[in-house]
Design a protein around this ligand. Structure first.
Ligand SMILES: Cc1ncc(C[n+]2csc(CCOP(=O)(O)OP(=O)(O)O)c2C)c(N)n1
Ligand SMILES: [Mg+2]
Length: 292
């Protein structure tokens, strides 16, 4: 046990404030395992701003800086500059933001940092809504998801924003998708991101949310795995905005992913077929980009 703890350290304390089955907690656990103790984490307002615990307590074993909802990209730029002035070139700065803090309100700070070529890792854990404040829709919420701001017959009618494409358009050195249900792949991507220099490295992590998705906490990992295996959330990497590498190929029907989730219970067969078409179309486009 002791030997294992020494060789495979964990940087999260067991008393964190996440819900049972929280995908974002697993994602952080694996990200920090990959990056190691010389990491500083920037946390904008989000579930993770709560999970990390109230100051002076912290559920993370690495330094944390809490920052305003819109500012992860700017705060990470500032922290990196401060470390550089102190001559600390070993510490990795990681901004860790939700989908709301990345796709929506934090986007200008992220885009600015990427355009300036700042030196940090930006990880977005995507639970597809503003979960911390009560499951409001974000621009990452998928087509026809039920949220507390898309109720009744007004399910979300627009599609999920493709954040990787937007960042690829910045010619970012490294952008990748990852999932907390595929830890080896996720950890490999964080290790790779740590080595890359010359700009921001962006990792978009699929992170299931039992509370907001209305799923049993015991199914959290299984459903996240199904998102990849149905091509709803493909795993891939983009280098310098143009070199695409696919890491996994899904072949299952999207209904297997949609059916167990309370947030999709209202879907008609027609809407499920429509989602399958959207997923197939996006997958074809991805194959083309990867030259396959
Ligand atoms: C300027 C501002 N507006 C609103 C809020 C309230 N707020 C805190 S967290 C949050 C939602 C965060 O959503 P997301 O980034 O997806 O993270 P999650 O809660 O899902 O982990 C909101 C709206 C805030 N802190 N600051
Ligand atoms: Mg969210």
């Amino acid at each position: 046990m002791l030997k294992e703890a020494k060789t495979d350290p964990d940087y999260i304390h067991s008393g964190h404030l996440g819900c049972p089955g929280c995908g974002a907690v697993l994602a952080m656990k694996f990200a920090l395992k990959a990056l190691g103790p010389k990491t500083m984490v920037i946390l904008p307002a989000s579930c993770w701003g709560v999970i990390s615990g109230p100051y002076p307590q912290s559920s993370l074993k690495v330094p944390v800086m809490h920052t305003a909802f819109a500012t992860a990209g700017a705060a990470a730029s500032g922290l990196r500059a401060a470390l550089d002035i102190k001559g600390d070139v070993e510490t990795t700065v990681m901004a860790w933001a939700g989908d709301g803090g990345t796709f929506d309100i934090g986007f200008q700070a992220l885009s600015g940092a990427v355009e300036r070529g700042e030196d940090f890792i930006y990880a977005c854990y995507d639970n597809e809504a503003y979960m911390n404040t009560g499951v409001q829709r974000s621009s990452s919420s998928p087509f026809v998801m039920r949220t507390t701001t898309t109720l009744g017959d007004s399910w979300k009618r627009t599609r999920k924003k493709n954040i990787i494409e937007i960042l690829a358009a910045h010619r970012i050195p490294y952008a990748a998708t990852a999932s907390m249900a595929f830890p080896e792949d996720l950890m490999r991507k964080f290790q790779k991101a740590r080595q890359i220099k010359g700009g921001v490295r962006f990792i978009h992590i699929f992170a299931s949310c039992p509370t907001g998705w209305k799923i049993p906490s015991g199914l959290s990992v299984k459903i996240a795995r199904l998102a990849v295996r149905t091509n709803v959330f493909p795993l891939y990497e983009v280098e310098n905005g143009s070199q695409y590498t696919l890491n996994m190929r899904g072949d299952l029907d999207v209904r297997l992913y949609l059916a167990p989730q309370g947030r999709f219970q209202h879907l008609t067969e027609g809407e499920m077929a429509e989602i399958q078409e959207m997923v197939d179309e996006d997958w074809r486009r991805l194959l083309e980009k990867a030259g396959e």
